[in-house]
Write a new protein. Structure first.
Length: 264
């Protein structure tokens, strides 16, 4: 679920899919908002390992669905789902949409890697045909210790020397739900649904939250730090996380996400 803001080699499908069931719940909630477009054209921005893109293709009954991702590791796994109108290709999800070419543009847990969402949504909306649908899910958990502690640690020595000037590590691109509603209206969408939803995940322990974030959030820092320093970063992060979250086992991990759907 990546774009070129994060080095493709940073993505590890096995790490990401340790919590596949939990990560897929927002996808299915978003998918339920999308109306079928039998015989139409669909794009999935940030397709990852492809299994969920295949579900999107089936749900929409599209003639053609293309999943786009910049991670070679993710696309290698996705290739097994190709066929019957579904294909996958490498690309930058921030700029790969052709004007007025799609009936549905879908993106699950990917657009938060791209800065300037007002500009990004304007570009994506231009890729929709009249009556086309846009469906997006982005995490909104930046105030939770799972995310906040990583951002705080990255500003400390010695890590800050490597991440200080990196927009990849420092950008916080996700807007408030009401801002997305305003943007969609301003772009001319005739219908929209925007919601903030909290997903609760039962993990074995607070320390397991670090395993979750190693598959996503911590990838902001992995390509910027030397390997040994990144290992040190993860261990310090894990220690602070356990200190902040306590020793509750199992641990109930709350994760906020924004889901929105709109139709031109």
């Amino acid at each position: 679920m990546s774009d070129d803001k994060t080095a493709p080699d940073s993505w590890n499908p096995d790490q990401y899919e340790k919590f596949a069931a939990e990560r897929s719940r927002p996808f299915f909630d978003l998918l339920a908002m999308v109306r079928p477009v039998a015989g139409g054209t669909v794009i999935d921005l940030g397709c990852g390992t492809g299994e969920l893109t295949a579900r999107l293709h089936t749900h929409t009954r599209a003639a053609s669905t293309v999943g786009v991702d910049s991670s070679e590791a993710m696309l290698a796994k996705a290739s097994s789902f190709a066929g019957d109108g579904l294909r996958f290709e490498a690309g930058d999800i921030s700029s790969c949409v052709a004007e007025s070419s799609s009936d549905v543009i879908f993106s699950n847990a990917a657009l938060h890697w791209v800065p300037d969402h007002p500009r990004l949504l304007r570009r994506i909306a231009a890729g929709l045909r009249p009556g086309g649908q846009l469906a997006v899910q982005v995490p909104a958990n930046y105030d939770h210790p799972s995310h906040a502690l990583a951002a705080e640690l990255a500003l400390e020595t010695p890590f800050v020397e490597y991440v200080r000037d990196s927009p990849e590590a420092n950008v916080q691109s996700v807007c408030a739900p009401e801002r997305y509603a305003e943007l969609l209206d301003g772009l001319g969408f005739s219908e929209q649904q925007v919601r903030l939803q909290v997903y609760g995940h039962h993990l074995a322990s607070p320390g397991e939250v670090a395993e979750w974030t190693k598959g996503t959030t911590l990838l902001r820092y992995k390509p910027l730090l030397p390997a040994e320093l990144y290992d040190s970063f993860v261990e310090q992060y894990r220690s602070r996380l356990v200190e902040a979250l306590g020793d509750e086992a199992p641990y109930f991990y709350t994760f906020k996400r924004i889901l929105f759907w709109a139709r031109l």
